[in-house]
Design a protein around this ligand. Sequence first.
Ligand code: FES
Length: 121
Amino acid sequence: MPRVRYLREGLAVEVPVGATLLEASRAAGAPHGSHCGGVCGCSTCHVYVRAGAALLSAMERDEDSLLGGAIDREGSSRLGCQAIIEADGEVALEISDESFETYLDEHEADAERVLALRGLR
Ligand code: FES
């Protein structure tokens, strides 16, 4: 099964082919924000794919357009709800600060745990 590693939180999870990066994050307990709920309606699920980008679905025009409004977009940027893992292997990613902050805003009860994961507490 494909494996997703979270470089800033030290987490990892195995998910089936066909899962999105956001679904992997939910399975891993990673602090990955998703204000619109994963329907390509915001940019708060923005991540940087540091390894394994070739395992992911190609970027569609809607994703590219929304990423245009994301904070600190890079060449490795993807929207976690739109990037589908299409092949076995390992994907390493960093959750953007914007996405992390969105997660914190939406999951106050989980704040201590995820701040500690990032070494912020
Ligand atoms: S969660 Fe809104 S675009 Fe991904």
